[in-house]
Design a protein around this ligand. Structure first.
Ligand code: HEM
Length: 267
């Protein structure tokens, strides 16, 4: 059961939602740590082309990063690029963003648990291009996010949360599909990303980390009965383009009767 339920009962809205990060909590050890880490090591070994993307400019930042991650992580099992070494110490996906004089660009990443996007399509592109498919990003988030990147200080790291509902619990979902979530809500999953943004003081790169938590909807609703109304509010008030992007068309309509029926306890 995830500790993070980023719902507040208010209508859906796009926000940066950044909060200060206590750097001693950069990576969080929990019951899923070892499971996710072995899944990740397996993906790096068997699907490297899909989950590892490094451009030469990220090497210095990757060296700086591995030294910073090491005190938090499990022992690495690979003799590899420093970004891969860092990534195989923690379950979080790791992305390196560097400023090229005009734009912040994704110059290196190991992403094993993407939520319906492809690393190969994003590597080398800018913050704006990465978020091209996100409805409302260009008008509402582009400017504050870019300003935030310019101003982020090494001694003031930040974090944020992101969530969605999916009908597939797999952590590795590298296909940018916009298919609506379907089927019985009893087999749906609440997927949360805990993201951190940390500036590396020597190379000035920004590290973006993503830790993914997947909880079955019946478990979530049983442990947190208060989420029922908050979920429906968010799903029903999302604009049409956000519903298409998130795969939420028809989701509130299926969820409402299920939430009031008797057979929604976890099996
Ligand atoms: C303050 C910083 C950031 C903010 C506020 C932000 C915001 C968002 C939002 C609102 C979404 C839509 C997700 C959803 O609603 O389910 C999104 C998607 C995404 N973000 Fe960010 N983001 C930030 C930084 C980054 C960085 C540094 C990366 C670098 C890898 C990144 C990669 C992505 C990707 C790959 C997606 C999915 C895009 C797609 O569907 O093709 N984000 N972001």
């Amino acid at each position: 059961m995830t500790a993070y339920v980023p719902l507040d009962g208010r209508p859906f809205r796009l926000t940066m939602g950044l909060r200060p990060l206590d750097i001693s909590q950069w990576f969080e050890r929990d019951d899923e740590w070892d499971i996710q880490l072995s899944l990740k090591r397996n993906l790096v070994a068997t699907k490297r082309r899909e989950v590892v993307a490094v451009t030469p400019t990220c090497d210095a930042a990757a060296h700086e990063l591995v030294d910073r991650v090491a005190p938090f992580g499990s022992t690495t099992v690979v003799d590899d690029h420093p970004l891969v070494c860092a990534s195989t110490m923690v379950p979080d996906d790791l992305c390196i963003m560097e400023f090229d004089g005009a734009n912040w660009r994704l110059t290196g990443a190991v992403v094993c648990f993407p939520s319906r996007w492809s690393l190969l399509e994003k590597i080398g592109t800018t913050l704006d291009e990465i978020h091209g498919p996100v409805p409302g990003y260009a008008t509402e988030l582009r400017q504050p996010t870019t300003t935030f990147f310019h101003r982020l200080r090494a001694d003031r790291p930040m974090w944020r949360l992101n969530w969605t509902l999916l009908d597939n619990p797999e952590l590795f979902q590298p296909h940018p599909e916009r298919r609506a979530v379907t089927g019985d809500p009893a087999s749906w999953w609440f997927r949360v990303e805990r993201q951190t943004l940390v500036r590396l003081p020597t190379t000035d790169a920004i590290v973006f980390t993503i830790r993914t938590y997947v909880t079955s909807l019946p478990t979530l609703v049983m442990n947190r009965p208060d989420v029922k109304d908050m979920l429906l509010t968010a799903l029903e008030t999302a604009p049409d383009d956000s519903k298409s992007y998130k795969g939420w068309h028809g989701v509130a309509e299926a969820l409402r009767p299920w939430l009031t029926s008797e057979d929604r306890l976890p099996h």
